[in-house]
Design a binder for this molecule. Sequence first.
Ligand code: G3I
Length: 375
Amino acid sequence: MKTVHLRFLLCLGSLVFNTYAARCQAVQTDRIPSLKTVFQDDFLIGTCLNTSQIAGKDSAESNLIERQFNAITPENIMKAHILHPAWNRFDFELADKLVAYAAKHRLKVNGHTLIWHSQLPDYIRQINDVDSVRQYFVNHIETVASRYDGLIESWDVVNEALNEDGTLRNSIFLEKLGKNYIIEAFRLAQKAAPNTKLYYNDYNIEQPQKRAGAISLIKSIQAAGVRIDGVGIQGHWRADDVPMEDIEESIKEFSALGIEVMFTELDLSVLPNPWDSNIADIGRKAAYRAEMDPYPGGLPDSIQHVQALAYESLFQLFIKYRDSISRITFWGVSDGQSWLNNWPVRGRTNYPLLFDRQFKPKAAFYRVIAAGSVN
Ligand code: G3I
């Protein structure tokens, strides 16, 4: 009898404790500082979102998104293969939902992306004649950009059009439409979306050679009398090797062109790189090897610390140039969402963002908040 009584008390105790712990955790997530509030006088704080997130499938994640961010970029929903799946057919269902979600939660949307050599609809690969490529190009930009004009804040009009040496990347657009296709894309977007900001977006454009290519590209758009409002430096870097000096120089040089500077896809990888460069070209992949996936069970404190310090230094720099920078967007809400779990090696466990797989703030989050709290 006594044992049964004791067991009952233990069970009751553990139930009360677990409920209390769960509530504490929820309260804790609600009570952590808010990035968008801490940086409200500096720049927008964004994240990319995908379909399940705009459907609000996970309430803890939804709360986090609403509390921490004031800008979103669709991770995939506004790419051409989803928006324009057949030659004569557009599918706006998901994009419209994303725009409605943003309106409901007062989030500014950066459309991503009108013209990109990657993730194109399959039928494009079958087209060979110049006229058809031009027809696709004009129709896509006019239809999509005009539909969301006034509803979204901005477009990445052209994405990743440069090689590492600053020359134009070979693509179906360069091949068929010639080197002025980027100016033409901005011209068409300007006409179709007069109320939407227009950006060029790329990775590694903080690097000197590629940066020089981006600067001459932007100047050529401006010289043609076409509007370009900003440049997005993607920011896919390694936590132990963030190119701080190049980033600072880039902020200075790009803002000297009279346009906004943004960091649009920020994440800091902690995993080994199979190559010796940081090229975020999703066409490049490497095979899985256990030594390439060293932290499947959790990130050691020493690496957390390195990452936290790297994020802190970055945000101190962003604060220094807050007058030139209009938005910092993380490429994902939490570590579990990150594309870096599957690139360049599929099936690894990476930890590149500020929130962990349970949506709890990491050391890096608190360092970023600290960087924002001193100004
Ligand atoms: O939706 C399908 C699913 O049905 C299928 O079972 C699965 C099998 O692989 O694939 C799913 O599609 C994947 C999609 O992400 C949604 O998860 C694609 O394979 C995968 O290629 C795609 O990757 C995206 C990638 O761009 C290519 O579009 C990443 O999520 C996205 O983070 C990444 O984002 C890019 C930026 O747009 C541009 N800058 C670089 C950045 C990182 O690569």
